[in-house]
Design a protein around this ligand. Structure first.
Ligand SMILES: [Zn+2]
Length: 411
């Protein structure tokens, strides 16, 4: 080590905390010290002494964790009940302004990496460059650009309409050329699009297979929005890497399919659940209430079968899905899907990072990983609701000023 050097290194800091969850567990490391240099963690351990002359950040009242990773957000949707109208009609400057505010709010809530699975005009890729240059402006962003959908299909208003095997292949190529990190396909209908139904399939198997082949040929992961059992089966058969929502909503009700769930587990498909919402939202419709037990049974079936369950928020689509609201989804992984709090925390840190293709850099507190860290009040392994009380955020080794960030988030 170069600890004897007299050279001034203002970018070196040592963070102390009461305890550390490293993204894996099973428990906490007590009295941790995390040494950060040039945006990376160089050492993390218990009972270490900070090197001479290094600035020490004392968080000994807090629990330190990896910055949270939200594997499903929409920065272009403004988290109001008019989000579709906003993203459809806002001019580019207004849309970018609301996206910057969403990014700031996300970071202030302790979410240091997001995977944006549907924007307009590839604007999340532009924001990706901004937060790479200025890590305090928002989370690290991985982005799909506009989701690929059928003409008039789910989220057609984001501009990603494509049909036929050749059309779908061309759409995947366009995303690769634009520099997207992931390809997103709307395999079934969805709730926020007028005239679209969750149980309806949008593409045939040949189109889905072409999309997956083309994405993999170009070195990109591919994930699908899929609700119905038939849609989920198509996506699995086509070789997709991930499935979003995976609710098993069929025309006649929720029908979790045991054979299909086993297949998801066997193939290692990453299933991102987007369960969380602000408390106090509108009550379930009678139909939703009737479906709830079967829906919950489907989630538990996936958990018991060993499906890789990833925590996402779908932030932006409604007022009850605020940007930075991932903590509500972590809590729902416990309350609804029946995960142990430890597994729920993993699903929003190390497991999510791996599912997003950045598991070698993010979601873990260890030497060599990006210094994206948060400090929370309380004991998140006992109660994940502690993630709602974020007191410190570091992005690429820089401490984020949370008051200032709240102001930016208000836009
Ligand atoms: Zn979504």
């Amino acid at each position: 080590m170069r600890s004897g050097s007299l050279e001034r290194r203002p970018e070196r800091i040592a963070i102390r905390a009461a305890r550390l969850f490293d993204g894996h567990g099973p428990g906490y490391l007590l009295d941790p010290l995390v040494l950060v240099e040039a945006g990376r963690i160089v050492e993390a351990g218990s009972g270490l002494e900070p090197p001479q002359g290094v600035e020490v950040v004392d968080l000994r009242g807090l629990t330190l964790l990896p910055g949270l990773v939200d594997s499903h957000v929409h920065l272009a949707l403004n988290a109001t009940d008019e989000a579709v109208d906003h993203v459809t009609h806002a001019d580019e400057a207004a849309l970018l302004a609301s996206m910057r505010a969403a990014a700031a709010r996300t970071l202030a809530a302790g979410v240091t990496t997001v995977r944006d699975l549907g924007d307009r005009d590839y604007l999340s890729l532009r924001l990706r460059e901004e937060t790479a240059v200025d890590p305090a402006a928002g989370p690290a962003i991985l982005a799909s650009g506009p989701p690929i959908t059928t003409p008039g299909g789910h989220c057609w208003f984001l501009g990603g309409e494509a049909s036929g095997v050749d059309g779908v292949r061309a759409a995947v190529r366009e995303r690769a050329e634009r520099g997207a990190d992931v390809v997103k396909v709307m395999a079934t209908g969805g709730g926020i699009t007028a005239g679209s139904a969750m149980h309806e399939r949008q593409y045939g198997r040949a189109e889905l297979r072409a999309a997956a082949e083309e994405a993999h040929r170009l070195g990109l992961p591919i994930t699908a929005h899929a609700h119905s059992p038939e849609g989920i089966a198509d996506v699995v058969a086509a070789g997709f890497d991930g499935i979003e929502h995976c609710t098993f909503y069929a025309e006649d009700g929720v029908r979790a399919d045991e054979g299909l769930v086993r297949e998801l587990a066997k193939r290692g498909v990453a299933v991102t659940l987007t369960l969380g919402a602000l408390p106090g939202g509108p009550p379930l419709t009678p139909e939703q209430a009737r479906q709830l037990p079967a829906f919950v049974a489907g989630l538990r079936m996936m958990r018991q079968a060993g499906v890789t369950l990833v925590c996402g928020s779908d932030s932006g689509i409604f007022a009850v899905k605020p940007h930075g609201g991932l903590a509500h989804s972590v809590a729902a992984m416990v309350d609804m899907a029946g995960l142990a709090p430890l597994d729920a925390l993993r699903s929003a840190t190390s497991v999510a990072a791996r599912a997003c293709g950045v598991g070698e850099r993010k979601g873990t507190v260890a030497a060599g990983f990006d210094a994206d860290l948060i400090g929370v009040q309380g004991d998140p392994l006992a109660d994940p609701a502690a993630l709602l009380d974020v007191r410190a955020v570091f992005r690429a080794g820089r401490r984020v000023a949370l008051d200032e960030q709240d102001a930016r988030g208000r836009g």
